[in-house]
Design a protein around this ligand. Structure first.
Ligand SMILES: NC(=O)n1nc(-c2ccco2)nc1N
Length: 317
């Protein structure tokens, strides 16, 4: 029995490492067959010793029965929407207002604005305990069982103190095209865009359907955190990556609005080469104390703004 426990722990550690390399770092160190073989070994051991099964085992990604409905979740810290910028002048105005709100030197972090569904993930004692949609910003829906099926979301992390991280769940282009092809074959209505497809997939009551949709996430923020000891947004992004969360590799710390404008310029042309949909660039003040000084309007932070790409002219054939 103890032998089985040791073997199970060893397999879980190896499988979590492989999964992190493959789904989070996009750099597998072993062929899929190696992963599948070890997972099969773990399944057999858990079958023989069901009392050894834990919720964070890699075999427990796709849960049991479909839900009857989604329960509501209150966000202790509201998940606010971002105000928009549409051109260079809007961005310069944003930077000026921010610099007038503090006498400290100002730095920004630029991030790709992933066009998906905003989500919140809560971990307690290092375990993924709850996942929720943004909803209206204060009340979302508990979609834990669906989010567990997304392989790039870790089921356990090193941090033992309660932490809530936030990000975007999305459907990569390849999965979107394949899903719509399938829907058209079945004579079903295809999804209009990857955002709707991701939202529709996470609103399914049966986690097996969500599991089949090849969703992914990028995490970009922290909500509640018992151990707030990092004083910059960029530091938080690095911390989240260290904890095993998938953060978008394209974020960049900029020391001036000129650098921000260069970043926007670069991604305006580079955007078509991404394997996922983005609808803009998010610019955030990096220093968390300055974020606090700047505060919020009724519905959005004053320390962040979303530059939106011009809507692509639809070529009607
Ligand atoms: N959609 C997206 O990629 N977002 N959204 C935020 C955000 C929303 C509110 C605060 O931050 N940040 C990024 N990268």
């Amino acid at each position: 029995k103890n032998q089985a426990q040791e073997k199970v722990n060893e397999l879980r550690e190896i499988l979590n490492k492989y999964a992190h390399e493959y789904y989070v770092l996009d750099k597998p160190s072993v062929p899929d067959s190696e992963y599948d073989q070890k997972l099969q070994e773990l399944r057999k051991l858990e079958e023989a010793y069901p009392e050894l099964i834990t919720a964070d085992s890699p075999t427990q990604r796709v849960g049991g029965e479909p839900l009857e409905g989604f329960t509501k979740v209150q966000h202790e810290i509201p998940m606010l929407s971002l105000s928009n910028a549409f051109n260079e002048q809007d961005l310069r105005d944003f930077a000026r207002r921010a610099s007038q709100g503090t006498d400290k030197p100002l730095a920004f972090v630029c991030e790709l604005k992933i066009d998906g569904l905003a989500i919140s993930l809560t971990y307690e004692n290092g375990k993924f305990v709850r996942g929720a949609t943004r909803g209206d910003g204060t009340t979302g829906e508990d979609i834990t069982s669906n989010l567990r099926t997304i392989r790039s979301i870790p089921l356990s992390i090193k941090e033992q103190r309660k932490i809530e991280v936030r990000g975007e769940a999305f459907m990569p282009h390849k999965s979107f095209l394949a899903l719509n092809e399938q829907k058209e074959k079945n004579g079903e209505e295809p999804f209009a865009n990857p955002r709707n497809a991701a939202a529709g997939s996470l609103r399914q009551l049966d986690p097996r359907i969500a599991a089949s949709r090849n969703l992914d996430v990028f995490l970009y923020g922290v909500g509640e955190w018992e151990a707030e000891e990092i004083n910059s947004h960029s530091g938080r992004l690095e911390y989240m990556k260290e904890q095993g969360f998938k953060t978008n590799p394209e974020w960049k710390r900029c020391d001036s609005i000129e650098e921000v404008l260069e970043y926007v310029e670069y991604w305006t042309t580079e955007r078509p080469n991404l394997r996922y949909e983005i609808d803009g660039i998010v610019i955030k003040v990096d220093d968390l104390d300055i974020q606090e000084e700047l505060g919020y309007t009724a519905k959005s932070p004053r320390w962040a703004i979303a530059y939106k790409f011009p809507a692509e002219e639809v070529v009607t054939t």
